[in-house]
Ligand binder design. Structure first.
Ligand SMILES: [Zn+2]
Ligand SMILES: [Zn+2]
Ligand SMILES: [Zn+2]
Length: 300
């Protein structure tokens, strides 16, 4: 009866659009009701999520396993717009989007880095951020491919480690180096112009405290001239403990993120004795170790 009166309601004479919208939304409502009724009759076994899980084994067991794993603190997680997110547990990839959830077993997946995209509006030029898409495909074709989007090279490396390192990278993919990586290169170029420090080998040189990968190859030695009215650098009396890359990263981490153009003229503290130093005070050691692999990487 209500519907009859509603249909007759032509007060302004331009009610046709409302009528169409009303009929359309009623139809959608009936279709949704019918769909829910149809899938509930078979205990939801026809629902896409249940169908997806059933391909990997008994649904109850799989769901219990995913429930357990999803609580793990070490899961890899990326949040997208709205409720959309992607979670990688120790054995599952779970992609939640607005209208669906897709489960892909890691042992049944192969991964390929498909594209990297720079976005000048979303990401500042110096941010080092870019969109990196990794496509995860089911080897046995049990489910649809899942695209995993991350937003920086660091995130990609984290993702790759989580996936056991087996992500195929197409050769023409170009990664954007982060601001810190670019700074390290420039910092190294500058310190190669500084005077060398003649290290007397009183104490044997040890591996760099930061990376432990190569021998310490710099000494913080004040070579800059004090300027009037500014905070002055101080002499550091620590023995050589860092490599060029690590001291550059330490230096960069103490600078103001918002003004990268001022980083080179900035100062940082020696991590051990807190003496302030500037770029001019980072001196390479004049020992054979300066020809180690680090000097070749600096030149590139
Ligand atoms: Zn190091
Ligand atoms: Zn020091
Ligand atoms: Zn200085």
């Amino acid at each position: 009866m209500y519907f009859y009166f509603y249909e007759q309601f032509t007060l302004s004479g331009t009610f046709d659009l409302v009528q169409i919208l009303f009929r359309f939304s009623t139809t959608v409502l009936l279709l949704v009701g019918g769909y829910l009724f149809q899938i509930s009759r078979s205990n939801f076994s026809n629902h896409s999520i249940i169908k997806n899980l059933a391909k990997y084994g008994p649904v109850g067991e799989i769901a219990a396993q995913i429930n357990d794993e999803i609580k793990d603190f070490h899961n890899f997680k990326v949040e997208y717009i709205g409720y959309s997110k992607l979670i990688i547990t120790s054995s599952w990839i779970v992609k939640v989007s607005m209208y669906n959830v897709v489960f892909l077993k890691i042992s049944d997946a192969k991964f390929k880095l498909t594209q990297t995209m720079d976005h000048p509006i979303l990401f500042h030029e110096n941010s080092g951020k870019q969109m990196i898409d990794v496509q995860a495909e089911s080897i046995s074709d049990k489910t649809k491919p899942v695209t995993i989007r991350v937003y920086s090279r660091e995130m990609f490396e984290e993702l790759r480690a989580k996936l056991g390192g087996n992500v195929e990278i197409v050769s023409d993919i170009k990664f954007k180096s982060s601001l810190h990586e670019r700074f390290v290169t420039i910092f190294k170029q500058h310190i190669y112009g500084n005077p060398r420090y003649n290290y007397d080998q009183k104490y044997e040189l040890e591996p760099c405290m930061g990376c432990q990968g190569i021998q310490a190859n710099i000494k913080l030695d004040k070579t800059c001239v004090d300027s009037v009215g500014e905070v002055q650098c101080r002499q550091c009396n620590c023995k050589p403990m860092w490599c060029t890359s690590c001291i550059a990263m330490i230096f960069a981490s103490k600078q103001n993120e918002l003004n990268p153009e001022e980083w080179l003229s900035g100062r940082a503290e020696c991590p051990t004795c807190r003496a302030l130093f500037c770029v001019l005070d980072v001196c390479l050691l004049s020992t054979p170790s300066e020809d180690s692999s680090d000097s070749t990487t600096a030149a590139t």
